[in-house]
Structure formats: structure tokens, C-alpha cells
Design a protein around this ligand. Structure first.
Ligand code: BG6
Length: 501
């Protein structure tokens, strides 16, 4: 493989943080393990903590052992660790960036990285702007023979206004073409696969519209609570943490028109069109169509309530669960409900998209009681795959119709060990491929949509907590679907028929 154009310095602000340990360093290790990194590559972790280089490497070694998908191999580690550096610095102090530049220039010479740099901002959101401003003043050169890219973690702003301000600072410094707004869901195998499933098969695309689809459900449930992230989560809540980014990105991939080509711009044009076409909600619709929740203690009292979690206010009104009904106002989707739900402390970890087809027109079998609908399920995690439910005759002399399932489990196949989302995304940043990163207009449109909900929520005090930990969320979320004569569809193994109505 020709890796020459990937040579670069990978500079992590927040080099001692959780994301670096859990995701970034394991991803770099896995890329190295697979031989995908060039020799001319080095990592610099920047942090405020006082650490010797040895201590830093020991921390990373442990992180790789715990979180990498490939096992720790001492030969690989010996070769990678020679190219990892720790740099201690207060990154809010503008006067320190000159020294940082000298340090990085030195490393660039030593590792022959040609001046290519990736600045990864794995820090709390309040540091995004100051760091980018300091980089602009001290480090950015806008040379033609090398590239300098910035990767911004979410949350990208906390509402439309703050996102606009943040974006102006970043784009002013780096330009849109060097800005990588990460949404790690886009790096997940099955979300990339969605494009293939939809557009490389005759089977699905002709049915992918309001004439044949009854409803679409997108669920992302987690078993974990907020863990050690109380201060961040108090500011975010589920709507900013999951819906504004991951859930709306998934929805736009499901609902978009066929892009004119597979170029990053064409795909992102198609996605942003969906976000623009989300039906705006007035106050009344927000009240009716959006449900927020916060977990209390589990029924057996073993799991703490959100308000009892570390560094969370005992009177917090931050939501840990959101469910909503959305509509996409275009010819393809008019009238088809899209239901989204996401929450912490649910009984199982899973992300899936369930597409329920309409009943057969003039069905010859309409006399059969409880005929089940056709369902197509895109399983994003923990299992990756596609599941199709249809009706068939039960073998035997009686005419009994039963729902049967075809199940393609991608990561059940021996030897399949799908890359982590971050591996794919970091590699794309090195290659300069922005397809799986949110473009500014996507972020803009999704905040515009979310802001209308936040505005209504500000006016009303929720009645929290309203669901016990280890359950599927507040009863209002069930009522939301019941009003449409529907219910949430939970896939369980072994498969049982999923009644869509
Ligand atoms: C992150 C959120 O973006 O996504 C977390 O900040 C959440 O709160 C996580 O737990 C979920 O990601 P995944 O890949 O585990 O579904």
C-alpha cells in the first residue's frame, strides 16, 4: 500500500483524557497493527498533567490492552511507542504556543513528516475556540506543500448561535476543507453499509418511500449511565449528546435521495437536504411529539438515579432519554412517521434502524389473524447486520402463515473483527477524505431543528425522574406511538416475530 501521502504529526490536545485512552490511541495502535500507518508518522499527546514520557507511555500501554480490538503485541508496541511523545502545556496560555511550534518543527524533521499536521481537539468544548485561535496565531502556515487539519469532537456548540460562533473561528483558521467535525457514528460499519444496501440493490430502493413504508424507528439505547462524565452531561443531556449529532446523521442517511455520485460533497448535499426538510415543530407539536426522560433508581435499587451520580446536581433537570416523532416533508416521505429514541440506563445496548413496510394491498390473506408486517432491520451494534422479516407458510397440511426471518449477521462470521469507528475516521483524516465528517451546513441545519425543541423545554419544568434505570424509558414514549396506533419494536434474540402495530 502506498502510504506516502499519510505522513504526518498527529497532535492530540487532551492527550491524557478519556477519549485518548479509550478510542484514539487504541485506534492508532490498530492502524499500526494492520500496517496502515506510514513510517513517517508520530503522535504528540498534549496535556496539563505533569508526567514523564515513560509514565505517559505506560498509561497508553494499559489503555491499548484494555480497549484495542487487536491484542497488545510487544513488537508492534515497541515500534509505535518510539513515535509517541508527551508534551506538557497549559493550552489556554497563548504565550506557550511558540515553544510548542519549535517542538513540533523538530519532530517533523526527525520523523520526516513534511510539515503535515493533524490537530485533534479531544478537550472539553470550552477549549475549542481558545485553542484554535492560538493555533491560528502561532502555528498555522497555509503552505502549499503540506497540509494542516483540525478534528473537532462533539458537541459542536450547544445551540445554533454558539455553533455559528465556534464555526466562524475554526473556518477562519483552517478553512472548511481542513475542518473535520467528527461524528463517530458515521464511522460505524453499518452506517457506511447503509449506502450500499440502499443503492447497490434493486430489492430495497424501489420500496424506499411513502407508498410502501409504514414507519421507521431509529433506536440507540445504552446500558451505561453517565459514568464519570457528570459535568459534561449536565450541560448536554441526551438531545445534544445523541440526537443533534448521531441520531440525525443516521436519519439523514436513511432518508436521503440517491446522491448524484459517491463524492463527499454529493453525499453530504443529499444528507443536508433531508435535514432542511425535517418538518418544523411549533410549540404544541414539541409538547406532543417530543418526550424527555431522566432515570431514577432501578426497581431493585441497585443502580443509582441520575441525580445521585457523581458531580450531578441532586435537582438536575437534564434529560437522559429522548423520544420523538419526526416527519420529512418531501415527496418521498410525506406522512411517514420517523420515530427516534435514545437513552442511558436501558436494559440493553443496541443501535438499530427498523423499517416497517405497509400491508399488502388487497391481500389475499387478509383473513389470517395477526398477519405480521414485513420488516427490514439494520443492526448497527452490538451485532452488525441486516434482518428481514416476511410471511411464509408453515410446513404441514394446514394453511398456517407464520412470520420468518432472514438474518445476516456480519460480525458473527468467524474472522470478522470490524474496525472501530475511530480507526476509519482517523485514517480518513490522514487521507483527507471528508465524506464521513459533518459539513458545516449539516451541523447548522440540525441545530436549527433542535433549537426549536430546546426553546420549548426551557419554558417548562419536567417531572423528573420519570423512568427507573434498567427500563425502556418513560411511559409517555409508549403513548407517543400508541397515539399513532403503533408501538416500539424491540429486537430480541432469538428472534420472535415483531408486531409493528
Ligand atoms: C457519544 C456520547 O458521542 O456516543 C456518549 O457522548 C455515548 O454519551 C456514545 O455513550 C455512544 O456511542 P456508541 O458508539 O457506544 O453507541
Amino acid at each position: 500500500m502506498n502510504t506516502a501521502n499519510l505522513r504526518s504529526l498527529f497532535i492530540i490536545f487532551g492527550g491524557t483524557g478519556d477519549l485518548t485512552h479509550r478510542k484514539l490511541i487504541p485506534a492508532i495502535y490498530n492502524l499500526h497493527y494492520e500496517g496502515r500507518l506510514p513510517d513517517q508518522f508520530a503522535v504528540v499527546g498534549i496535556g496539563r498533567r505533569d508526567k514523564t514520557p515513560e509514565e505517559y507511555l505506560q498509561d497508553l500501554y494499559r489503555a491499548i490492552k484494555s480497549f484495542s480490538r487487536f491484542p497488545m503485541d510487544d513488537t508492534h508496541w515497541a515500534s509505535l511507542s518510539k513515535r509517541i511523545y508527551y508534551y506538557q502545556m497549559d493550552f489556554t496560555d497563548a504565550s506557550k504556543y511558540g515553544e510548542l511550534k519549535t517542538f513540533l518543527d523538530d519532530l517533523a524533521d526527525r520523523h520526516n513528516t513534511l510539515g503535515n499536521q493533524i490537530f485533534y481537539l479531544a478537550v472539553a468544548p470550552e477549549f475549542f475556540e481558545p485553542i484554535v485561535k492560538n493555533l491560528k496565531d502561532s502555528l498555522l502556515c497555509h503552505g502549499k506543500s503540506f497540509w494542516q487539519r483540525v478534528v473537532i469532537e462533539k458537541p459542536f456548540g450547544r445551540d445554533l448561535q454558539s455553533a455559528i460562533k465556534l464555526n466562524a473561528t475554526i473556518v477562519d483558521a483552517f478553512g472548511e476543507e481542513n475542518t473535520y467535525r467528527i461524528d463517530h457514528y458515521l464511522g460505524k460499519e453499518m452506517l457506511q453499509n447503509l449506502l450500499v444496501i440502499r443503492f447497490a440493490n434493486l430489492l430495497f430502493e424501489p420500496l424506499w418511500n411513502r407508498h410502501y413504508i409504514e414507519q421507521i424507528q431509529l433506536s440507540s439505547s445504552e446500558t451505561i449511565g453517565v459514568e464519570k462524565r457528570g459535568p459534561y452531561y449536565e450541560q448536554a443531556g441526551a438531545i445534544r449528546d445523541m440526537v443533534q449529532s448521531h441520531m440525525l446523521q443516521m436519519l439523514s442517511l436513511i432518508a436521503m435521495e440517491p446522491p448524484t455520485s459517491l463524492t463527499p460533497e454529493a453525499i453530504r448535499d443529499a444528507k443536508v437536504t433531508v435535514l432542511k426538510q425535517l418538518k418544523r415543530m411549533d410549540r404544541e407539536t414539541v409538547r406532543k411529539s417530543v418526550v424527555r426522560g431522566q432515570y431514577g433508581r432501578s426497581l431493585d435499587q441497585q443502580l443509582l438515579a441520575y441525580r445521585e451520580e457523581d458531580r450531578v446536581s441532586p435537582t438536575s433537570n437534564t434529560e437522559t432519554y429522548v423520544a420523538m416523532r419526526l416527519e420529512v416533508e418531501n415527496d418521498r416521505w410525506r406522512g411517514v412517521p420517523f420515530y427516534i429514541r435514545t437513552g442511558k440506563r436501558m436494559p440493553r445496548k443496541s443501535t438499530e434502524v427498523i423499517i416497517q413496510f405497509k400491508d399488502v394491498h388487497n391481500n389475499l390473506y387478509s383473513h389470517v389473524p395477526n398477519l405480521e408486517p414485513n420488516l427490514l432491520v439494520i443492526r448497527v451494534q452490538p451485532q452488525e447486520g441486516v434482518f428481514l422479516q416476511f410471511n411464509a407458510k408453515k410446513p404441514g397440511n394446514e394453511d398456517i402463515i407464520v412470520p420468518v426471518q432472514m438474518d445476516f449477521c456480519q460480525n458473527c462470521e468467524i474472522g470478522i473483527n470490524s474496525p472501530e469507528a475511530y480507526e476509519r475516521l482517523l485514517y480518513d483524516v490522514m487521507k483527507g477524505d471528508q465524506t464521513l465528517f459533518a459539513r458545516w451546513d449539516e451541523v447548522y441545519e440540525s441545530w436549527k431543528f433542535i433549537d426549536t425543541i430546546l426553546d420549548v423545554w426551557k419554558e417548562e419544568e419536567p417531572d423528573f425522574p420519570n423512568y427507573p434505570a434498567n427500563t425502556y424509558g418513560p411511559k409517555e414514549a409508549d403513548e407517543l406511538l400508541a397515539r399513532d396506533g403503533k408501538k416500539w419494536l424491540n429486537i430480541h434474540e432469538p428472534w420472535t416475530a415483531l408486531g409493528g402495530k
